[in-house]
Structures are given as structure tokens and as C-alpha cells.
Design a protein around this ligand. Structure first.
Ligand code: SIN
Length: 371
């Protein structure tokens, strides 16, 4: 059904985007590549990783399985694209979810709520939201956590100018740098420097429009993408906006790497897939870390109280962390790029190119501020 829609044409990508975004009747997902399944797809092949590049101990300390155990795939027709099917150790995704909700939402990081709320109002988003999450059965007006759409780290992306600036930088989180460095090394990119991060928070009706991530100044470095929580459909297109895309599921724990000639491909997230009845959380998130095992690693155990909030949030949400190296070795920002970012009303829809469609996109991307 969906495959028959994938034909070269002016809006082949947009057609498929709308197909998967549709709610009523729900789309047929049978053409979506599922890397978690053994049954093969003609486009998929097993990819070789650099097993020796990350020691078992270093992987363990980052909450990852030994690299030799990772299930990594490439896609014919997409050189440089890699998909790693949940390489996290049982229970260790909890830490990254907690970081995305409790730690990375803190100042000096920037989030969509800063665009229309005062600094005092957007301080301690976690603390201001957890009370409502912990009250079982009663739903109050939406919490700040539920209104959160994006957070930026390191070089803070400016959605209006689509640039990074040396004038708007705060230290990139050490733990996420360390995880990214290891994943990149395993994929053949030693020395990766995590310099900018965009965290996307998807509710069950969110989507992310068709775009390319090209603002980084060095495109020889990969883009890493980590997914947690509900499953999404990801569309990977070509170098032209209208090229027909390939659809694949992104499940909790999956890591995607865009590098080489796949680094600048159009992509989008048309929908979050409804959780199967009776299973509000993916089973990999039901596993817990053995507390004693995580003494001096990068990741720490998440206390039950915090996980209760995270898991309630994830029953209707997906979190994606994309990590980028902005500058190549020895590279610096051109002088003209140096600009002070003024925090003003910006919308995530700046990510897409057709500004005249902003209103329509609001429902598509879910990233315009609607609160
Ligand atoms: C992005 O392209 O910025 C995010 C993709 C995703 O959420 O998987």
C-alpha cells in the first residue's frame, strides 16, 4: 500500500509523510522496515562495526553492551547510514531518559518554553511538574514537562537563522559527550566531539517535518540520534526534498548514525506509533539495572521515585537526542557568523523550509508553541 505511493515525483516525500501521519483510518505499517525483527528486508544488510575501538569495560561504564554484540545495519542505497538496534544494557536507558527530563532541562540549557516564558517560570521544569505526575488518577492542566518540545545543548541552535554561534555556547554535558564519543568510535569515527545537541520531546500526536541537518560547519563528522520511549516512524529520503523516502521504525534504545553521503539527506518523523494495548511501555524499559553494577560508570541508577515520573511521561511520549560535532579539527566560526542570539519568539517550524505553510505545519510538526 505505502510502497505504491513511493514513486519519483514532486511530492513523493510529502505524500508518504501524510500517509503515515494519518490517524483515521490508521496507516498500514507493513512497509515500514523493522530492524528489531529477524525477517530480512531486501534493503537491509548487516553492517560491520569497529569492535576494538571501545573496550568492553568502557562500553559497560556507558551502559552499553560490548560492541561485538551490537546488531548494526546499513541500507542499500544509503551509504554512510547506520542503524544500531538498541545496544543499551538492560535498564540503562533509564539514566538517559532521566537526564533528558530532569537534568538537561535545567539552565543554562535552552528550551522552547524560554521563547515565551520568563527565566523564573522555566527554572526547575522537573520540580514544577513532578507533583502532578505523581498524583495518580487526577490530571491537572498540562505540566511544563508535557509542554516541553525541545532543549538545546552546547552550541545552542538558533531556529530563526539556522546557525550556531560561538556567542551562544554552554558546556556540553560530559556524560552525553562520553556516550557519543564511544558510539561514534564504534562506527568508525574516532575522536568525535559532541558540541551541539538537540533534544526533541514528542507527544503521541507530534511529528517532525521534512528537513536536512546542515548547519554544522563540518559535514564529515556523523550525526548521532538516540531514541527513547514510544516507537516512531522515521522517513529517510534523498538529497532532494522530493526524493521518495524509506520508512523505518525507531524503537526505544535504537541509535541511528547519518554520515558520509547520508549525512545531508532529507528526513522526517511523521508519527509516533500508538503503543500496543496493555503494553504502555516498551519491554526494554521495564528492565532495571543492578544497582551494585553501576558504581563508578558514566551512568548512575535512577531512583524509583524519579523513574515513576519518567515512565509515566514515556507512556505517551518519545524522546530523541541528536548529537552533532559543529566544527572540524582546527576549524573556527567565520567572523561573520559571530552574532549574539537574542532569545525571542522562535518557532521550531523554522526547521522546515516553506514558511508560507507555517500554519499548516503547526499541526504537522508539533513543534510550534501551542501553549
Ligand atoms: C531530527 O531529525 O532532528 C530528529 C529525528 C528523530 O526524532 O528521530
Amino acid at each position: 500500500m505505502a510502497a505504491s505511493m513511493v514513486e519519483q515525483g514532486e511530492d513523493a516525500f510529502r505524500k508518504l509523510f501524510k500517509f503515515y501521519k494519518r490517524r483515521n483510518p490508521p496507516p498500514d505499517f507493513s512497509d515500514v522496515i523493522d530492524f528489531s525483527k529477524k525477517a530480512g528486508n531486501e534493503l537491509v544488510y548487516a553492517a560491520e562495526l569497529k569492535h576494538g575501538s571501545v573496550s568492553e569495560e568502557a562500553a559497560f561504564r556507558a551502559g552499553l553492551q560490548p560492541v561485538k554484540e551490537w546488531r548494526a545495519f546499513g541500507l542499500h542505497g544509503y551509504p554512510g547510514f547506520l542503524f544500531i538496534s538498541n545496544p543499551f544494557l538492560p535498564g540503562s536507558q533509564h539514566y538517559w531518559v532521566k537526564q533528558c527530563l530532569k537534568t538537561y532541562t535545567q539552565k543554562p540549557n535552552v528550551c522552547n518554553l524560554d521563547m515565551h516564558m520568563s527565566p523564573a517560570e522555566t527554572e526547575n521544569i522537573w520540580e514544577k511538574s513532578v507533583g502532578s505526575f505523581r498524583k495518580k488518577g487526577q490530571r491537572e492542566p498540562r505540566t511544563l514537562l508535557e509542554k516541553l518540545r525541545w532543549v538545546t545543548l552546547g552550541y545552542h541552535y538558533n531556529w530563526d537563522t539556522k546557525t550556531y554561534s560561538p556567542d551562544h555556547y554552554t558546556p556540553f554535558p560530559e556524560d552525553l559527550h562520553s556516550l557519543s564519543h564511544k558510539v561514534a568510535a564504534a562506527c568508525g569515527f574516532p575522536g568525535f566531539k559532541a558540541e551541539a545537541g538537540i533534544l526533541n520531546y514528542y507527544r503521541s500526536d507530534s511529528s517532525l517535518g521534512i528537513h536536512v541537518d546542515e548547519s554544522e560547519l563540518d559535514h564529515t563528522r556523523p550525526l548521532l540520534s538516540f531514541s527513547f520511549g514510544q516507537t516512531a516512524v522515521f522517513l529517510l529520503g534523498g538529497t532532494k526534498r522530493q526524493d521518495p523516502p524509506t520508512a523505518m521504525f525507531m524503537r526505544s534504545g535504537d541509535i541511528m548514525v547519518m554520515s558520509g553521503s547520508s549525512r545531508l539527506l532529507y528526513h522526517a518523523v511523521p508519527c509516533i506509533v500508538p503503543a500496543p494495548a496493555g503494553h504502555p511501555l516498551p519491554s526494554c524499559l521495564e528492565q532495571h539495572v543492578d544497582k551494585d553494577e553501576l558504581n563508578d560508570g558514566i551512568i548512575q541508577t535512577v531512583c524509583e521515585k524519579d523513574w515513576e515520573v519518567c515512565s509515566t511521561y514515556l507512556q505517551t511520549s518519545r524522546i530523541n537526542m541528536t548529537v552533532r560535532q559543529v566544527l572540524g579539527p582546527g576549524q573556527s566560526f567565520p567572523v561573520t557568523h559571530s552574532q549574539t542570539v537574542t532569545v525571542k519568539e522562535q518557532s521550531r517550524s523554522g526547521y522546515e523550509e516553506e514558511t508560507q505553510m507555517a500554519k499548516k505545519r503547526k499541526s504537522e510538526t508539533g513543534y510550534d508553541l501551542d501553549s
